[in-house]
Design a protein. Structure first.
Length: 256
C-alpha cells in the first residue's frame, strides 16, 4: 500500500518496509541527465558517420542504405534499449537515475528483472506522446504511486535511493565478527529476503523507522536462532552477521 509520497510494503513477517516515491521533479532531473547523455552519443555518432560517408559513397546506393540502417537501428537502441540495458545491469538504475539517486524496483519491494526493465521501457514510446512525455506526466500525477504507463505494465515504481542527510549517522554498522555462528537452518527464504531488502534499502529510511525496523527484524530472526538482541546498532550488526553467515553457507542459493 502507499501513504502520500511513500510506498509501504507489509512483509509476511509482519514488518513494514517504507520507500520514498520519486515524483515529477526528481524523475525529470534523471531524464534530463539521461537525455544529455543520449544527445552527446548521438552527436558522436553523427560526426563518425560524417567522417565515414566519403568512404561509404564508393559503394553507391548501398553505402547510403547502410547509413540509413545504422541511423534507424542506432536511434531505436539509444531511445529504448538505453534505459532497459542500464536498468538491467545496474539493478534498476540508468546513469540519470544514479545521478538523481533514484532506482526502479518492483512495487512489492523486490529488485526488477530483465523482463520488467524491457516491459516498462517498451511503453516509453506511448508515455512520450503527444510530446514531452505528456501521457507519462499525466499518469504520474494521477497515480497514487507516481507510476507512468510503463510502470503499470511492469508492476514497478521509482523510489529515492538514498536518505536525507539526517540518516548519515546510521551509516557505520558492520558485521560483528565477535558473534558466534548461528544455527540459521530454520530461517525461511522470505526472512532471508526481508533481511536482504532491509540492508539494501536502510539508507533511504527515516532514522526512527530504520531503528524500529532493525529491532523488529532482529527480534524475528532472534527467535529463530535463539538469541535476543536489543538496541541499535547491535540489532543491525546482528542482522548483517546472520545474513553473511547464510550467504557463506550458500543458504537458499538455488531459491529453495
Amino acid at each position: 500500500m502507499d501513504s502520500h509520497d511513500h510506498l509501504i510494503i507489509d512483509t509476511p513477517e509482519q514488518t513494514s518496509l517504507e520507500f520514498p516515491l520519486a515524483g515529477i521533479g526528481s524523475r525529470f532531473l534523471a531524464m534530463a541527465a539521461d537525455t544529455a547523455i543520449q544527445i552527446a552519443v548521438t552527436l558522436s555518432v553523427v560526426i563518425a558517420l560524417a567522417l565515414l560517408s566519403p568512404g561509404l559513397s564508393l559503394f553507391g546506393s548501398t553505402g547510403q542504405q547502410w547509413i540509413a540502417a545504422l541511423v534507424i537501428i542506432g536511434g531505436f537502441l539509444l531511445y529504448s534499449a538505453y534505459f532497459a540495458f542500464f536498468e538491467i545491469v545496474w539493478n534498476g538504475q540508468t546513469p540519470g537515475k544514479r545521478y538523481a539517486q533514484l532506482r526502479v524496483m518492483k512495487d512489492d519491494g523486490r529488485p526488477i528483472s530483465a523482463y520488467d526493465a524491457v516491459a516498462r521501457n517498451l511503453l516509453r514510446i506511448v508515455d512520450s506522446l503527444p510530446a514531452l512525455y505528456g501521457v507519462g506526466v499525466l499518469s504520474v500525477l494521477l497515480s497514487k504511486q507516481s507510476k507512468r504507463l510503463g510502470d503499470f505494465v511492469a508492476g514497478t515504481v521509482v523510489v529515492h535511493e538514498t536518505a536525507l542527510e539526517g540518516v548519515r549517522p546510521f551509516a557505520g554498522t558492520t558485521v560483528d565478527q565477535s558473534l558466534p555462528a548461528f544455527d540459521a537452518s530454520s530461517i525461511t527464504i522470505d526472512e532471508l529476503r526481508l533481511m536482504e531488502t532491509f540492508i539494501e534499502r536502510r539508507d533511504s529510511l527515516d532514522p526512527g523507522l530504520r531503528s524500529s525496523m532493525a529491532s523488529q527484524i532482529a527480534a524475528r530472526i532472534g527467535e529463530k536462532v535463539q538469541v535476543k538482541v536489543y538496541g541499535w546498532p547491535r540489532t543491525e550488526n546482528f542482522i548483517e552477521t546472520v545474513l553473511q553467515q547464510c550467504r557463506e553457507r550458500g543458504q537458499f542459493r538455488n531459491g529453495d
